[in-house]
Write a protein that binds this ligand. Structure first.
Ligand SMILES: [Zn+2]
Length: 319
């Protein structure tokens, strides 16, 4: 989707002072700030760093569960479901680690995943009838190779959604009919990701080390600094251009404009308001500078083509 994004020039932030240092901004994660985009509570990145040093996460599942349990309530939905599945299994197999437990479930989840994937691939293959000959031939080849991977119980290289979509984009790049192109890519984007389907999480993570599986259960919740104007579009790397977002939302946005992020996350304006209200509360306690909130409002407003208009009037009400 090509949308005109606002540039740092029309945000008029050139002469503004940087409202918060990185340290001050990071400090806000101590106060259960909800993600700007999905609204879920975020984990302080330093707590995550400490957890990543925990050796026991790679040991028996029962030990790893004890360490992760305090974070269960901030896990994202798929991760929480997998965590609960692991909890249940660890009672039956007390000596196994996370990887061994996921391997026990791999076959059944892989079957479920392949079912979803193949129905999407069928839909994509249908377009061979409409595409120009050369593209149709390339598409046929891609689909044959992909089917070989997903129907092989031990493929040389596992299926990668990202690589598949990349190859598909290449095949479609010379197609002039934009609507058709978008339609095919939209179908491909429905391919399950480990972040939105338990079966995809189990299959993908059963290949990882047990301690990595444990960390992946909480990683989406880790708080990050999101570049509002992406770095690749010369966005600044300071609090004039940083918003607090969970690692999942930050990674899913890539370098798309905020307006596209809102299209994909219709509750984002609502969630951004909740974050702003929380920041206003903190500013009244002297924990967040009001200039940061004012700048955030302004930048979001312009970058979203006026679609995200935070109400920060409470910032000026003194009780
Ligand atoms: Zn989020």
């Amino acid at each position: 989707m090509e949308k005109k994004a606002a540039t740092p020039d029309n945000i008029k932030c050139k002469d503004l002072e940087i409202p918060l240092t990185r340290k001050e901004l990071k400090n806000l994660f101590n106060y259960r700030i909800p993600c700007l985009c999905c609204g879920k509570e975020m984990l302080h990145p330093d707590i995550y760093m400490k957890l990543s040093e925990e050796k026991s996460l790679g040991g028996k599942a029962s030990e790893a569960i004890k360490i992760l349990e305090p974070f269960e309530k901030i896990m994202h939905p798929v991760e929480r479901q997998v965590f609960n599945m692991l909890k249940g299994m660890s009672q039956k197999y007390p000596d196994k680690n996370f990887k061994e437990l996921l391997l026990l479930k791999k076959d059944v989840h892989e079957l479920a995943l392949v079912k979803i994937q193949s129905s999407i691939f069928n839909k994509i293959s249908f377009y061979r009838r409409i595409l120009p000959k050369k593209s149709a031939r390339h598409l046929r080849k891609l689909m044959i190779n992909t089917n070989d991977i997903i129907f092989d119980p031990q493929p040389h290289k596992p299926f990668s959604r990202r690589i598949f979509i990349h190859k598909l984009k290449n095949i479609l790049k010379n197609i002039e009919n934009k609507k058709l192109k978008d339609e095919i890519l939209e179908i491909a984007r429905r391919l399950p990701r480990s972040s939105d389907e338990v079966c995809a999480f189990v299959v993908k993570n059963s290949r990882k080390r047990p301690e990595v599986i444990a960390l992946d259960l909480i990683h989406p919740s880790v708080g990050t600094f999101e570049h509002l104007t992406p770095k690749c579009m010369k966005g600044l790397s300071n609090s004039l251009n940083f918003a607090l977002e969970c690692s999942y939302c930050n990674n899913s946005r890539h370098h798309y404009p905020i307006s596209v992020q809102i299209e994909e996350n219709p509750y984002m304006p609502h969630n951004a308001q909740i974050q702003a209200d929380k920041l206003i509360c903190l500013s009244k306690k002297g924990l967040c500078k009001k200039e940061y909130i004012e700048n955030l409002r302004e930048v979001l407003y312009w970058l979203s083509d006026r679609g995200l208009d935070l109400d920060i009037s409470k910032l000026y009400i003194f009780e």
